[in-house]
Design a protein around this ligand. Structure first.
Ligand code: 3PG
Ligand code: MG
Length: 392
């Protein structure tokens, strides 16, 4: 596998570089980008600074939310451009359209080292359809294409994949790092490898679990998806929500040979927004209770297993972390991994936010910006956004 890196481009001075970024970040109630939530923007800075230093003209394409092919005011990219400008300590020009006269005039006015952000590419319905004509028009704005939006690279869309048919295409530094670390975990992990999978939906994670159950020493489960597994194993989970359509697939997992490890205790409550929880062994859950976090015995067990690891791969929280009452399991796990000597690779928006709140991001080997993209990569899928960038 070879990654075509932006480093390979010799002459960037004066070149118009069309850069696809994933700046799909949560916004505050006042419409601004939150402090702990700008991780995807922060992680693109090395690529942007490099291009600026080389004298390229950088035209950024990005999306925010799912505006469904029309202009939705709250999804305009102005707050993102503002945050980027603060982080870069440099003016970031912004066009109010994707393509058209305003964009063309603004590109014409660019000097070497300038940055221009186009409007949300998903305001045009042709973006998500990977429309060829639209991709060609976008391509016409630049000289080369750089993908640094790993988190959107699982989408077959005009500015992500189709555009690569019309311009020489390269990986930015973030994309390169994502591919490098996630490929290592997938193809030649350090052993013993421990994989931890949490979060809400088994449906989006079962393939990753299946993949890694073969190579990992253990796969530890947490979050709501563990409830479906517990139920299939014949353990009562009270009134916890279950993914019934996943039962047949879950039954096929190797539930009996100890590779898959499930929680042994939990934090229970009657509802998601409860003000406090009750810690107990799973055997003692009440019929009307929900399991909303892993308990301290589970954390102890997981800590012991993790202590043998040379590599840990983690995606998805251990509990319902938007309610602080049920965030303790995830926080405990973050602290365990931050102290671990193993190579630690972690992803998933909510977990990453929590790691940043705890100011522990430097204690991890690699933090992925990808949610769905990380999972699809770890399933072994070829991501559309890498089609001309990874060569064999
Ligand atoms: C994400 O945040 O998952 C990516 O930016 C992709 O967005 P999407 O899930 O709306 O396609
Ligand atoms: Mg998504």
């Amino acid at each position: 596998m070879k990654i075509k890196s932006i480093r390979e481009v010799k002459y960037l001075k004066g070149k118009k570089v069309l850069l696809r970024a994933d700046f799909n970040v949560p916004l505050n109630a006042d419409g601004s980008v939150g402090r702990n939530e700008d991780y995807r923007i922060v992680k693109t800075l090395p690529t942007l600074k490099y291009l600026i230093a080389k004298g390229a003209k950088v035209i950024i394409m990005a999306h925010l939310g799912r505006p469904d092919g029309k202009v939705v005011e709250k999804y305009r990219l102005d707050p993102v451009a503002k945050r980027l400008s603060q982080l870069l300590k440099k003016k970031v020009a912004k066009s109010n359209q994707i393509i058209g006269n305003e964009t063309e005039a603004k590109i014409k006015a660019m000097k070497n080292g300038d940055i221009l952000m186009l409007e949300n590419v998903r305001f045009d319905k042709r973006e998500e359809k990977a429309d060829k004509k639209f991709a060609r028009t976008l391509a016409g704005l630049g000289d080369i294409y750089v993908n640094d939006g790993f988190a959107v690279s699982h989408r077959d869309q005009a500015s992500v994949s189709a555009i690569q048919d019309y311009l020489p295409s390269y990986a930015g530094f973030l994309l390169e790092d994502e591919i490098k670390y996630l490929s290592e975990a997938l193809k030649k992990p350090k052993q013993p490898l421990i994989v931890i999978i949490g979060g809400a939906k088994m449906e989006t994670k079962i393939k990753v679990i299946k993949n890694f159950i073969k190579v990992a020493k253990k796969v530890l489960l947490g979050g709501a998806l563990a409830n479906t597994v517990l139920h299939v194993m014949g353990i009562s989970v009270g009134k916890s929500a279950l993914e019934a359509k996943m039962f047949p697939e879950v039954k096929k997992l190797r539930l009996i040979d100890n590779k898959l490890v499930v929680p042994i205790d939990g934090v229970m409550a009657a509802k998601n927004n409860a003000k406090k929880g009750r810690i107990d062994a799973l055997a003692d859950i009440g019929p009307d209770e929900l399991i909303l976090d892993v308990g301290p015995e589970t954390i102890k067990l997981y800590e012991k297993i993790i202590s043998s690891a040379k590599m840990v791969l983690w995606n998805g929280p251990m509990g319902l972390i938007e309610n602080p009452v049920f965030a303790k399991g995830t926080i405990a796990l973050i602290r365990i991994l931050a102290k671990s000597k193993a190579e630690t690779i972690v992803g998933g928006g909510e977990t990453v936010e929590m790691i940043r709140k705890l100011k522990l991001e430097n204690k991890f080997t690699f933090i992925s910006t990808g949610g769905g993209a990380m999972l699809e990569f770890l399933e072994g899928k070829k991501l559309p956004g890498l089609k001309k960038i990874i060569t064999n």
